[in-house]
Design a protein around this ligand. Structure first.
Ligand SMILES: N[C@@H](CCC(=O)N[C@@H](CS)C(=O)NCC(=O)O)C(=O)O
Length: 231
């Protein structure tokens, strides 16, 4: 039996954060069928295994429980597999990094595609994107991260915050390579960290598989199409 089933669309985006952690801890999981996902999503909340609006949804077969909301799933997995530093402040900073990543995803997709990008709205957003990169860079610098070494919260080994940072910036710039020079310039240590995490065997294997299935998709849908016209 596999340990988990992940219900998500056939794209990286939010799902890749969960996949990255599952791959890192060498857990076994299967990707839930998209038709099942749609059925679950349309089920009355009172009848859902976990009440939710949008995926990802993770079913933990070892605990016979389901969980929704990327941030909650990451906190659950991070706690379960010891990927969150013990001290209160770095625990909180882990949650801050996850919340920041979620804000970036919302901003990059204009709140999940509520509007489409135009060249002028993208140009106006660019300084904000660079600032988000610089925010991650500063968090890393405060914990001794450099382009060549270290982890974002100063841990000895990669922690959940590093996997989140990679899943955000590494995956985004792999799928939208025109943004990579901006990352290199605004957040060189985060670019280096993303490369180092992406080079871990677990992440390399995952990414090879993911590229096969998702191609160059990132967030998918019309919002990705509009993003590709401006980046
Ligand atoms: N805050 C939620 C957002 C979930 C979400 O917006 N999921 C998207 C895919 S990334 C979706 O398909 N939403 C469908 C919906 O909200 O109806 C999370 O972080 O998991």
């Amino acid at each position: 039996m596999t340990d988990y089933t992940l219900y998500y669309w056939q794209i990286p985006f939010r799902g890749q954060f969960i996949r990255s952690v599952l791959a890192h801890v060498r857990a076994s999981w299967k990707e839930g069928d998209v038709r099942d996902l749609v059925e679950k999503k349309n089920t009355e909340p009172s009848k859902q295994a976990v009440p939710f609006m949008g995926p990802p949804v993770l079913v933990d077969h070892t605990a016979n429980r389901s969980l929704a909301q990327t941030q909650a799933i990451l906190a659950y997995l991070g706690g379960k597999y010891g990927l969150i530093p013990d001290d209160l402040m770095r625990t909180a900073l882990t949650h801050k990094a996850i919340a920041d990543a979620n804000d970036v995803l919302y901003e990059m997709t204009l709140h999940n595609g509520a509007q489409m990008w135009t060249q002028s709205s993208w140009d106006a957003f660019r300084p904000r994107l660079e600032r988000w990169m610089a925010i991650f860079e500063a968090l890393g610098s405060q914990h001794g991260l450099s382009n060549e070494q270290g982890y974002i919260l100063g841990t000895e080994e990669p922690s959940l915050a590093d996997l989140v940072t990679y899943s955000l910036w590494g995956v985004m710039t792999a799928q939208l390579p025109s943004l990579r020079p901006t990352l290199n310039q605004s957040a060189p240590s985060i670019a280096g960290l993303s490369d180092r995490i992406g080079d871990l065997p677990s992440q390399k294997d995952l990414w090879r598989q993911s590229r096969k299935v998702y191609g160059n998709a990132w967030c998918g849908g019309q919002i990705e199409a509009s993003l590709r016209t401006v980046t």
